[in-house]
Design a protein around this ligand. Structure first.
Ligand SMILES: *Cc1c(COP(=O)(O)O)cnc(C)c1O
Length: 400
């Protein structure tokens, strides 16, 4: 079958809840992918940063093979011999005391919201049902009913009511707005340290630090959604580290699964995590031995290959080189590490640019009409990056 045939099947039998770039991927390795016709592309989306370690990293593949020969699923009704070592590794990697494993990113966010609400009652002394959580405009935390109840995006929310109460939304990037929104029943503030889906929106310097201080002062939990920004993507292991603003709860996902399978978690210290007792939260697949084996290998690759250093160094080259392209419609290049976006002038439709990039051999997707995110796997080499930049340049200089 040809690309067109696969696309036709998706269109006919799949719900139309996505609008993908018309390209079909049948094979992938490192930072490149290939279509049925044999054309190779640089992957500059990395499955929304779920493939930080590169496609089919040999070490992670080996961990999968080894574990397939042993045991893949036990549920949490029994212990298995992989989850404990995985959670220990995750706690060491993140610097937290405990972890709670789930599957998708959205579930990690749900888990953080539940932890915060329960902590609010049991530790802070808020009456159950009165807990309030502060979130911000243009957030993306996932797709469940509770999580979209925080969203300001009409596409994500329209006609899905009734929404879950208990959220208060303030503008992003304004720490004083958060301080002003806090009341005695506020239990948590949740933000992305950089808003990926909103178009790689980086808050003003000091924002996270100010939230940290406000939360500490008011006995409110600071929740960082690091699902897209975490695991070396922004040039640090976690994006909050750029400001030393350690959150009380981190939501993790995407690259924790090493590009193989959905693995998510929250990490926190005892003071928060101990609110969970047997039966109060769970997941059939969370912490399964196959996922745990993958998670360990995924973390080891990030560590062994010092991917945060690569992201930091190559990110600087990317912003400098792409920012220097002669393209009057391009307004700015922003981001940290290898999470970057090109912002075109207001009203510009970047879809055609993404198609032209595809034709030239590079896959990227716009986040809003006029913004394209560029986020290659972190294993990309400088040579590959410079080749990719040459492709981007060849397309951008032709934009009229
Ligand atoms: C992708 C993402 C999520 C949701 O993760 P899923 O695995 O798609 O459920 C949540 N928060 C952020 C910041 C994300 O980028």
């Amino acid at each position: 079958m040809k690309s067109q045939d696969y696309i036709a099947l998706d269109e006919k039998f799949g719900a139309h809840n996505y609008h993908p770039l018309p390209v079909v991927i049948t094979w992938a390795e490192g930072c490149t992918v290939r279509d049925p016709e044999g054309k190779t592309y640089y992957d500059f989306l990395s499955a929304y940063s779920a493939v930080n370690q590169g496609h089919r990293h040999p070490k992670i593949l080996q961990a999968v093979r080894d574990q397939l020969e042993l045991c893949t699923l036990t549920s949490r009704a029994f212990h298995n011999d992989k989850m404990g070592p995985f959670l220990k590794k995750l706690c060491e990697f993140t610097g937290y005391e405990m972890a709670l494993p789930m599957n998708t990113g959205t579930e990690a966010v749900e888990t953080a919201l539940k932890a915060a609400r329960r902590w609010g009652v049991e530790v802070k002394g808020v009456e159950n049902g009165k807990q309030e959580i502060i979130c911000v405009d243009d957030n993306f935390h996932g797709r469940t009913i509770a999580v979209i109840s925080m969203s300001s995006d009409p596409d994500s929310t329209v006609n899905y009511g009734p929404y879950v109460p208990g959220f208060k939304r303030v503008p992003y990037g304004d720490a004083r707005a958060i301080a002003a929104a806090i009341t005695p029943t506020t239990v948590a503030v949740i933000v992305e340290p950089i808003q990926g889906e909103a178009g790689v929106v980086t808050p003003p310097e000091g924002y996270l630090r100010a939230i940290r201080e406000t939360c500490t002062k008011n006995q409110v939990l600071f929740i960082c959604d690091e699902i897209q920004t975490g695991f070396c993507r922004t040039g640090k292991r976690f994006a909050w580290q750029h400001e030393g603003a350690r959150p009380d709860i981190m939501c993790l996902g995407k690259a924790l699964g090493g590009g193989i399978m959905p693995i998510s978690a929250i990490v926190a210290d005892h003071g928060v995590m101990d609110v969970f007792t047997p039966g109060t939260h769970g997941s059939t697949f969370g912490g399964n031995p196959l996922a745990s084996a993958v998670g360990i290998a995924a973390l080891e690759v990030l560590e062994d290959e010092k991917l945060e250093d690569n992201a930091e160094r190559l990110g600087r080259i990317f912003r400098e080189e792409v920012g220097a392209i002669a393209c009057p419609k391009m307004k700015l290049v922003r981001g940290k590490g290898l999470l970057n976006a090109v912002v075109f002038e207001k009203g510009f439709e970047a879809w055609d640019v993404c198609l032209a990039l595809r034709d030239a051999g590079l896959l990227a997707k716009q986040t809003h009409g006029n913004i394209i995110r560029f986020a290659p796997p972190l294993v990309i080499t400088e040579k590959e990056l410079r080749e990719a930049i040459a492709i981007i340049r060849s397309v951008f200089v032709k934009i009229a």
